[in-house]
Design a protein around this ligand. Sequence first.
Ligand SMILES: [Zn+2]
Length: 305
Amino acid sequence: MSQSIKYFSIAAAAIFTLSCEYKKEDTIEDKRINVVATTTMISDMVVQIAGDKVNLKSLMGPGVDPHLYEPIPTDAIALVEADIIFYNGLKLEGQMTSDLKNLNGIALGSVINKKLLKGDQSHPDPHIWGDAEMWSKCIPLVVSSLCEKDSENAEFYKSSGRKLIESYKSLHQWGLERVKTVDAESRVLITSHDAFEYFGQAYGFKVVGLQGISTATEAGISERVKLVDFIKDNKVRAIFVESSVSPDAIKSIAEDSGVIIGGELFSDAMGEPGELGTLNGDQYDLGTYEGMIKHNINTIVEALK
Ligand SMILES: [Zn+2]
């Protein structure tokens, strides 16, 4: 059975169950287009551009690892009913990539010039949101896709899209200024998996991940030993755990190398909506892309400066 047929059968079964449960309730017809976003970062981009003009379903919540995520039955319904599916692509959604393609999903990663992609051709590095300026390049694709399916609100989408590009660019500038407080030789970022290569390139950090660009394979003993040696040799001050990856391996590396854990970074998912981060009088919502980037940069700078 092909993957898309699998989706349709799961969705059909779930729709039947739901319609039995809800048949007695009055329903008001929602004329908005149905939009599905895979990761929290993409979902926030859609929210910032479309507000409540679309009916948005975000498949993955805070703390969810997109490399390993497999859809549940209600996701299958949303995917089948969607007018637009936005996904990251570059094999980030490892368990879903072929289905998202078959369902005519729109891959945000497709707009990034191949020459700028890290990793290799068969395994490109998907973590493009780490660089706020690079991530802003995906906004026009979201705007044009929304305009195509919902021309009535096109001016609204275009206008908020332009504002969002400006806001991501100023976030990028803020990041560049903020990292200046860390000496060049202390700019080493060690985390659970290789999610920060674009981040490191944009904001001037050498990045070392314990696992590769996917979390699907665990690091072996030799990788762990190498990392402990690297930390000692380079007198690294702190290493970091990630919100969507188990912290165990990084904790044992910290113990073996005698280094502190500098905090938890949001790598492949944002934080809980409404949870606030605060530093130096600046307050930000960790459940937004802006809050995610500010939290990560502030956490890294405070631990390494
Ligand atoms: Zn990742």
